[in-house]
Design a protein around this ligand. Sequence first.
Ligand code: C6P
Length: 413
Amino acid sequence: MGVQSSDLLDVERIREDFPILQREFGGEQLIYLDNAATSQTPEPVVETIADYYRTTNANVHRGLHQLSHEASIAYEEAHDRVAAFIGAEGREEIVFTKNTTESMNLVAYAWGLNELGPGDEVVLTEMEHHAALVTWQQIAKRTGATVRYIEVDEDGYLDMDHARELIGPDTAMVSVVHISNTLGTVNPVADLADLAHDHDAYIFVDGAQSAPTRPVDVQDIDADFFAFSGHKMCGPTGIGVLYGKERILEEMEPYLYGGEMIRKVTFDDSTWNELPWKFEAGTPVIAQGIALAEACDYLDDIGMDRVRRHEEALAEYTYDRLEEFENIEVYGPPGDDRGGLVAFNLGAVHAHDTSEILNEFAVAVRAGDHCTQPLHDKLGTPASARASFYIYNTREEVDALVDALGETRDLFA
Ligand code: C6P
């Protein structure tokens, strides 16, 4: 069994920063286990947003007035802060987007449309989120490139022999999820980066589930691109991050055109602003970016290694407790080798029914295909229920989940 969550984090103290966790539904206190979809937002981040609008709100990079100057500095420094959070070299490598999905589309359009063609291969995995799968599928259709999928084995791991078979001289891009949002598998992205680079291909690591939950150093894993979303890591909605190696971003065409991203415009042609602004057309996500920097501070103050161990301990505890049910299917690797989420089906009970009944006990879990339809097809089920954890969750909440699942089972017996 994993380390007690209370040995790792001062959860009681952390919970004080999240008043939403005090909400009650039908007399029961909320147990929020849908963090892989969206995490809750701590008071310091909420305060940062409010404070920005109270004291600093102005457009950036435009006015010469003091407010615009202050907003611009704060917005630019937010890029530095996010760069430090993932070990990037500097703000040039950090593009603020709307979310992980937009970061993926940015590269697919700006790089993929220009660089891919017939004979080129984009290698994905069977556990990719639709953000990657659908995007590369469509770009491949438009360019004549081929999409191939690294198989997932029965235990929820990538078949690395198959990866070595697929990644070869025709591979142009390997796009792989760091932690599967359905299986909880932590993929060997550094090994996949080596394989991709051996064949002069790029690797795009989808960090939507890893950046919020464990220390990530993009240089250690040698990712060419890395993407994540603010709303899964104590930040606001409406902000995502695309990390790209400076050399590659320099060579790429812009994705969106307009104000902010230009250097010189004439009636005939235009030239582009320096990185990262070349990829941030129009008025950017100013308040959200500044709030994301605060979220990075908040998480780093706790310590990302402790966040990781807390997540792993809760996932392992949940996995072990779910095994108590006779007729349960738990997807993905063993409890002691996964990120902080557990997807399952309780006998023949549809995942939607499970989540509706859990909702009666104020337990919030996600049910559905989690934007991994092809993976669910492979698992032989249209949907699963999923509990996912964050810094404020406790073993007692997992116990409450298990109790509520016991009631669910009895109801459908
Ligand atoms: N997954 C969930 O699992 P956006 O919506 O753009 O912020 O994130 C997309 C995304 C990309 N990759 C992975 C691995 C993800 O888990 C997600 C978001 C959510 O509940 C919504 S499907």
